[in-house]
Ligand binder design. Structure first.
Ligand SMILES: O=c1[nH]cnc2c1ncn2[C@@H]1O[C@H](CO)[C@@H](O)[C@H]1O
Length: 320
């Protein structure tokens, strides 16, 4: 019998990243073989610090952390950091002490390539931030896109408005050039966009249940969730928060929680729609060659069993 699925979580923690990491650590279907870090919710160096801290909270310092890129794939340094969503420390302004651990010497991209070569077809990368590290791995090793088992992406706003602006979702907007490289790489890609994750809401009542449960992970999260709840109340008038990262993580754990369409995805890299990801379902045979014509298909999530996802997230956070 095959063992648990090996996953590497590429992360920019981030409150919903913290949730996803804890859910993963409490999911017997997967083995977390590493965390890699990227800018997005915070800068990369803080993402590394937070990744190490979260593993220490979880008592899992056996899991290596590889630091990722500090700049976009085109060496851009004008990064968009979402500290207004997660707090200046990325973890709800709690001023946690610095972690004791250190990242490994390898970069995130080198770690991806090494692990995909070590276990061809068996490693799933769950990318919860901008896709710079994944695109760098594709550029570093021409065989990476074949050797990696699957790349599950939290990103895109397929046929709905974005969350950075009407066109773009935050992770794709963070590095649109990298995203286009990943979507057109031929790797086995599954994208979970905010068209799906906006259906998965952890309500105020769910949070009360988490708070009363006395689980290690739920206790920790209830401390940091305030900032995330306030942001959602202000930005969306929702009585709850979107479970972006945990939903993408669970898509890697149990793909049957969602349904998917297959087709080619291209990302706009310039202009007012920079970061817009457009899915082509390959149904119409266009009379002319398009920028999508010869591109490999990826899977894009279309529906989600939201009550089951919320229930699973809660169970796994409370039973810690
Ligand atoms: O309004 C927003 N702007 C920027 N980033 C956001 C916003 N809402 C959530 N996220 C963060 O970006 C990813 C989903 O796009 C999630 O990781 C979430 O934490």
């Amino acid at each position: 019998m095959a063992g648990p699925k090996k996953i590497i979580i590429d992360t920019d923690p981030g409150i919903d990243d913290a949730m996803a990491i804890f859910v993963a650590l409490n999911s017997p279907e997967v083995e977390v073989i590493g965390l890699t870090t990227i800018y997005g919710n915070v800068y990369t160096s803080l993402a590394t610090r937070n990744a190490l801290h979260l593993l220490e909270v979880a008592g899992r310092i056996d899991i290596p952390v590889a630091e990722g890129s500090h700049v976009t794939i085109t060496k851009g340094t004008k990064l968009r950091i979402a500290d207004f969503v997660h707090g200046v420390d990325g973890l709800g302004n709690q001023n946690f002490p610095p972690p004791k651990g250190k990242p490994i010497k390898q970069s995130a991209a080198e770690f991806f390539v090494e692990q995909a070569n070590l276990y061809p077809g068996e490693v799933t990368v769950v990318a919860l931030g901008p896709l710079t590290n994944v695109a760098m791995a594709i550029q570093l090793d021409p065989l990476f896109s074949k050797n990696v088992g699957e790349i599950v992406i939290l990103g895109g706003a397929f046929a709905v408005n974005g969350n950075v602006n009407p066109a773009a979702e935050a992770n794709i907007f963070g590095d649109p050039d990298a995203a286009d490289i990943v979507f057109t790489s031929g790797a086995n890609v599954l994208a979970v966009g905010i068209n799906v994750t906006h259906q998965v809401v952890l309500t105020d009542d769910d949070r009360d249940i988490l708070a009363k449960s006395n689980g290690k992970f739920s206790d920790y999260l209830c401390k940091i969730l305030d900032v995330y709840f306030s942001y959602h109340r202000e930005a969306y008038s929702t009585k709850g928060v979107y479970l972006h990262d945990p939903t993408a993580l669970l898509a890697a754990v149990n793909p049957s929680l969602l349904t998917y369409a297959e087709g080619a995805v291209r990302v706009q890299t310039i202009g007012i729609t920079r970061g817009l990801a457009i899915f082509y379902n390959k149904q119409k045979r266009f009379g002319e060659v398009t920028e999508w014509s010869d591109k490999p298909s990826v899977k894009v999530a279309v529906t989600v069993d939201a009550p089951r996802v919320v229930k699973l997230v809660m169970e796994r956070l409370m039973s810690s």
